[in-house]
Design a protein around this ligand. Structure first.
Ligand code: BG6
Length: 512
């Protein structure tokens, strides 16, 4: 897709969006990877469509005291040139972005840096709204939150003050609880925005609309008609330069504890009382609380892990995980994880929810598959050809859309059956999709917290995966799968009580 097309597509979705109050957007970790790849393009795009509010500023908090404002401005220019060239193609547009950029320098532990920041905020006309984005390693969250508080920057008397924290939010239940308590010492829960960028994805938000703005599905959305649910996030890249983080994490903590459990909660939850943040979060929390607790001795029955060995994924040669830079030669960190959960409530009793994710898999494809039960009576031979149980697929990426697979008659004199798809591609219906970070920034600025995880949801999710973490930490070895394949030992065993096996994850050869 050309840049121009992307631009027009985004325009279509953003037109009519609400402009936020002017605010100081302070980025800690302004020279890091997340800022250049995601935050700056999202802010530049919001600026382009007047969503940031006049007089808003983007303030970098940089540790290196040698940085000057002009260096920050030319840094932003270079990053946008690479990641979002539309933003600077028009010199006037770039000048307006450049005019918003400010810089403060100093060590994160240095109170003077926060005084400097407070002085910079005071320069703003009118309300002194501020959003503090912590795009820094979690070990720094406490230090920054505490210093912000001590410099009076958590005080909302002159404007809103909101703090945004990135994942990982803790590395286990205890550390997540500690982090929640720490942040809540300095900011109120209503000021804390915990990012789970999956919740900002257009296709994930559409799940709620699809479920609760249509009545046709509700009678089917339960254990009477649904055989099982598969939620899959497959990535073709290896871990690249992220060994430092990934070695302490692995697929279970990195993806399942956060993104996939959140998506599962959205699939399984009851209709909320309203779209208010706490009503939605309350319903998601009920699902998480209803997840059947895993017996530590039976983890092998419901969870599978593996690590990639050398291979080729989506045309790219990859070394074995253990040979990646920064990875221990005997690492047992899993790069693939699949878990079968059950939700013990009236709607979902005994319906398996299978969550799987991994790196170095054949393609980058993420989707939710709701597989329905077979018809009660078999008039036709359903096993013939490529016919299978009905499936409702939500494609999360790369080609966002929905697909309902049905069975129809093959035209001709005999009663042969074939699969047909009712396929809706969001791109084709012309909606255009903002990036998840743009949606999330916009929501923080508007004070909408519905797409952010609440403290209790995060803690509940850690509690759910804790027995798996414990069991896996005791294992001395790990199975492997060749990079670029789904040949994960034991993966199929998880499907023993599910009809139809794992869905093929491919944009090239779609099932049915
Ligand atoms: C991040 C994980 O939260 O999500 C990464 O830390 C992962 O390991 C990424 O690659 C996937 O996000 P997306 O939006 O590319 O599916």
């Amino acid at each position: 897709m050309s840049e121009k097309k992307t631009y027009e597509g985004k325009f279509a979705s953003i037109i009519g969006s609400e402009q936020a109050e002017p605010a100081n957007i302070v980025i800690f970790g302004a020279t890091g990877d997340l800022t250049k790849r995601k935050l700056l393009p999202a802010l530049a795009h919001m600026h382009r469509w007047n969503l940031l509010g006049p007089h808003s500023r983007i303030i970098a908090a940089v540790r290196d005291k040698k940085w000057t404002k002009s260096k920050w401005v030319s840094y932003v220019h270079d990053q946008l040139l690479h990641y979002f060239p539309d933003a600077i193609l028009n010199p006037r547009s770039w000048q307006r972005i450049a005019a918003k950029l400010e810089l403060v320098t100093g060590d994160l532990t240095d109170p003077d840096m926060y005084k400097q920041l407070a002085a910079t905020l005071r320069e703003m006309d009118g309300k002194k709204n501020a959003l503090f984005y912590l795009a820094i390693p979690p070990e720094w969250y406490e230090c920054v939150a505490k210093n912000l508080k001590q410099a009076g920057l958590a005080d909302e008397s002159e404007g809103f003050r909101r703090i945004v924290v990135e994942k990982p939010f803790g590395m286990d239940l205890t550390s997540a609880q500690e982090l929640n308590q720490t942040l809540q010492c300095y900011f109120n829960e209503s000021q804390i925005y915990r990012i789970d960028h999956y919740l900002g994805k257009e296709s994930v938000q559409n799940l709620m609309v699809f479920r609760f703005a249509n009545s046709v599905l509700e009678p089917l959305w339960n254990r009477n008609y649904i055989d099982h649910v598969q939620i899959s996030v497959s990535e073709s890249l290896g871990i690249g330069y992220r060994a430092g983080y990934y070695e302490t994490s692995g697929a279970l903590k990195d993806m399942i504890q956060s993104h996939l459990l959140q998506v599962m909660a959205l699939v399984a939850m009851e209709a909320p009382l309203s779209l208010g943040a706490n009503d939605v979060r309350d319903e998601k929390l009920k699902v998480l609380r209803a997840v059947r607790r895993i017996d530590a001795d039976k983890v092998d029955d419901i969870a599978v892990r593996a690590q990639y060995s050398e291979g080729k994924a989506d045309g790219v040669d990859l070394p074995a995980y253990r040979d990646e830079e920064g990875v221990a030669f005997d690492s047992t960190t899993e790069t693939f994880a699949a878990v079968k959960f059950y939700i013990d409530n009236w709607r979902w009793q005994d319906v398996p929810f299978l969550l799987r994710t991994g790196k170095a898999l054949p393609e980058r494809v993420s989707e939710i598959c709701i597989r329905f039960k077979a018809p009660p009576q078999t008039l036709f031979d359903l096993n013939e050809g490529n016919v299978r149980n009905n499936e409702l697929i939500f494609r999360l990426q790369p080609d966002e859309g929905m697909l309902l697979s049905m069975t129809a008659k093959q035209p001709g004199l005999s009663t042969d059956l074939r699969g047909v798809n009712l396929d809706a591609n969001y791109g084709m219906v012309g909606s255009g999709m903002p990036d998840a970070y743009e949606t999330l920034f916009h929501d923080v600025l508007l004070g909408e917290a519905g797409l952010f995880s609440r403290a209790d949801e995060v803690e509940e999710s850690w509690q759910i995966v804790a027995p798996i973490m414990t069991a896996w930490s005791k294992k001395e070895d790990i199975s492997t799968y060749p990079a670029g394949s789904f040949d994960v030992p034991g993966m199929d065993d998880l499907m023993s009580d599910c009809e139809g096996g794992w869905r093929t994850l491919s944009t090239k050869e779609r099932d049915v």
